[in-house]
Design a binder for this molecule. Sequence first.
Ligand SMILES: Nc1ncnc2c1ncn2[C@@H]1O[C@H](COP(=O)(O)OP(=O)(O)OP(=O)(O)O)[C@@H](O)[C@H]1O
Ligand SMILES: [Mg+2]
Length: 297
Amino acid sequence: MSDHTFPTSSSYTDPDSFLGPDSFVGPDSFTDHDFEFVAPGELGPGQRWSTWDDIGVLAGPEPWPDWLITADAAVDTELGILKTGKEADVFLLERATPDQSCILAAKRYRGYDRKLFHRDSGYQEGRKLRRSRDRRAAAKGTRWGRSVEAGQWAAAEFGYLSQFASLGLPVPYPVQLDGTEILMEFITLADGTGAPRLAQTRPDRFRLETYWEQLTQAMSVMAGLGLTHGDLSAFNILAADQRIVIIDLPQAVDIVSNPQGVEFLARDCRNVCAWFTARGLAADADALLADLVAQAW
Ligand SMILES: Nc1ncnc2c1ncn2[C@@H]1O[C@H](COP(=O)(O)OP(=O)(O)OP(=O)(O)O)[C@@H](O)[C@H]1O
Ligand SMILES: [Mg+2]
């Protein structure tokens, strides 16, 4: 898939330079393992060692998909920015070993520009920052506070993605969470290019119906868990050929415990119904809402 040079070197030349005096290992032990030593300088610009195994990095739900690269000797290469959003930027990243590679979407929450943070506090009701130091910092909008908030949004989105992916809902598979960065499955068309947002597409009647079917089915499962997306529209749904994939989930709302829960659900219903109706499939937002409310209680 890629033609970038993979920095491998099988030559560890001087074991004493990286083994301390207490870590003497007999010659036999060396032959037990496939030892590879790669000097840090061999990584090119825009490359890093795979962070998959780093301390503090949370892995996505098991079973891991077979395309996922879990080797810690993998290298991540930045491929550039896919899209700048209001709270986060989405980059493309290739994670590769010498014989396997996959492209991932890296969603990185920005922690430094409060003006760009548009999610209103309604989403946050019922969620508390545990450490009072973090709470005060977030309230004051200090640099630290903003990075705490960005990490919170990332963790919230990763949590919902994990929960929904485990249930087989159409969301990108969440690969890992590392602070303010989520790595997830890159949703593509058959030709490998990024899938467009539903809003950019003009599906024919048959496809429109299958999209509607998939979407309302997913919304119904979410409602059964007591949840709604919270910012659902044709802009946060990707159209990947015959299937739709729901993205951008940090603000999912608990329909029951959030005092504005039903309002968020109603708005999600209105947004998607308006889009389907405009494309020629009459969709009744009130009927959908009633249906989903019944799932939640
Ligand atoms: N997993 C993915 N696969 C393919 N494309 C993606 C993926 N995640 C995000 N994108 C693209 O990046 C865009 C922004 O992602 P997302 O909506 O999650 O972030 P955002 O910061 O909320 O953006 P916005 O403010 O535009 O809603 C999406 O509209 C989509 O085009
Ligand atoms: Mg979005």
